[in-house]
Ligand binder design. Structure first.
Ligand SMILES: NC(=O)c1ccc[n+]([C@@H]2O[C@H](COP(=O)([O-])OP(=O)(O)OC[C@H]3O[C@@H](n4cnc5c(N)ncnc54)[C@H](OP(=O)(O)O)[C@@H]3O)[C@@H](O)[C@H]2O)c1
Length: 186
């Protein structure tokens, strides 16, 4: 069987087991950025389940100039990912998606190993399985919590029982939603 960095076999493994084996190999810190409803919904029909202009600005500002790790659907639905100096690392089996400045890997450990070598911070941008596999490794969570329960088909893993310290927070609202931007660290 092929192996990923750290001697990890390329099969779906328990996120906690993965984290325990990968953490010592990570020299850079790891941030997850997500906009999440109270019921943990993050997506519907390959799109965001809410339209919040202030969150779009926040997301683009925070990821500008950074190495962004994302799944194939997130990549395909973010045409401007390469703008503002972002360095995407896309997780997919489809190697044909590679192009200048777009790196392709087929699993999370390989993506994180590659991301260590690229400029800027490492920011995990989803989707669901990538969040699930990296949340146990995260040093920082840039969370936009949308104070609503919305229908959807894609979820963020439960983060609320983890021992976070909130280091920053800002409340926001528009005509449709109330939301809280926060930075959680551990
Ligand atoms: N609210 C937010 O902040 C936020 C953030 C991100 C995404 N979203 C939403 O979430 C949805 C997209 O997320 P998604 O979870 O459906 O798709 P995704 O992760 O973007 O893409 C899924 C594909 O990526 C590859 N992949 C993902 N995780 C993998 C893993 N751990 N190992 C190997 N390959 C992996 C596979 O590609 P191949 O099939 O090509 O092999 C898989 O089919 C959209 O609705 C989007 O709007 C919301």
């Amino acid at each position: 069987m092929m192996e990923a960095p750290g001697g990890l076999p390329l099969r779906r493994i328990n996120p906690l087991e993965l984290a325990g084996r990968l953490k010592p190999l990570m020299s850079k810190s790891l941030s997850l950025i997500v906009a999440c409803a109270e019921n943990r919904v993050i997506g519907r029909d390959r799109r965001l389940p809410f339209h919040i202009p202030e969150d779009k600005v926040w997301f683009h500002e925070k990821t500008a100039g950074q190495t962004v790790v994302l799944g194939r659907i997130c990549f395909e639905t973010w045409p401007k990912v390469l703008a503002d100096g972002r360095q995407p690392v896309v997780i997919t089996r489809d190697a044909s998606l590679a192009r200048p400045n777009v790196r392709i890997t087929n699993n999370v450990p390989a993506a994180l190993a590659l991301a260590q070598t690229l400029p800027g911070e490492i920011m995990i941008c989803g989707g669901q399985r990538i969040y699930e596999e990296t949340l146990p490794l995260a040093d920082r969570l840039l969370l936009t919590l949308v104070h609503a329960e919305v229908p959807g088909d894609t979820f963020f893993p439960e983060w609320r029982q983890m021992p976070w310290r909130e280091t920053w927070r800002k409340e926001g609202a528009d005509a449709n939603y109330r939301y809280t931007f926060s930075i959680l660290e551990r």
